[in-house]
Design a protein around this ligand. Structure first.
Ligand SMILES: [Zn+2]
Length: 189
């Protein structure tokens, strides 16, 4: 259950040294990098999507069998593929990680964080959906070693700092009498 060593460093993305198109050295130029041939390289937060699977008042979490955050309960989700819509990515990830085929109910919010692995740290932009199961059977993939349903009032501490805020916001939103969110407060973390 070791936390990644770099956890807590903010904005520690490694600057690129070489142009990905021609291999020449990159130099910083304004908000990007440029090589002698004029190819520009921009750094952006990596997009990821996650799914809160709710059924009968319980939330489905997966236990991570891989680093980072190995051994911690986690919201199903992962990095988006090139060009993939975040909603499609969230549904793909939840099916890969849990076996359940789901449909999206609602966009919950967008949360920033960092992802540390192998000594690197990159910003991640995480987009969360509330989803419901429409088919499939529970199963595990190689990246997780357990699935479990948790009541909303007994959620464990989960992997990734931002994901704890996701769950706090979601529990608050689900509470009886909670007002529907009408602004973007809480989604700008
Ligand atoms: Zn170049």
């Amino acid at each position: 259950m070791a936390r990644p060593a770099g956890r807590g460093r903010r904005g520690a993305a490694v600057n690129p040294s070489w142009c990905g198109r021609c291999g020449a050295a990159l130099l910083p130029e304004g908000d990007h990098f440029i090589c002698e041939a004029g190819h520009r390289t921009f750094l952006n937060s990596k997009p990821a999507a996650g799914a809160l699977v709710l059924r009968d008042g319980q939330l489905l979490l997966v236990r991570r069998a891989i680093e980072p955050w190995k051994g911690w309960w986690d919201i199903p989700g992962g990095f988006l593929k090139d060009g993939e819509h975040p909603c499609a990515g969230a549904l793909r990830e939840v099916e890969e990680e849990t076996g359940y085929i789901c449909e999206a109910v609602e966009l919950l919010g967008i949360y920033m964080d960092t992802y540390e692995y192998g000594g690197d740290s990159v910003f991640i932009l995480n987009i969360y959906y509330l989803v419901r199961i429409i088919g499939g059977e529970p199963r595990l993939d190689a990246e997780s070693d357990a699935l479990r349903w948790f009541p909303l009032n007994a959620l464990p501490e989960v992997a990734f700092v931002h994901a704890r805020q996701v769950l706090r916001d979601f529990v608050e939103q689900q509470a009886p009498g909670a007002r529907p969110r009408k602004d973007l407060q809480g989604q700008q973390r």
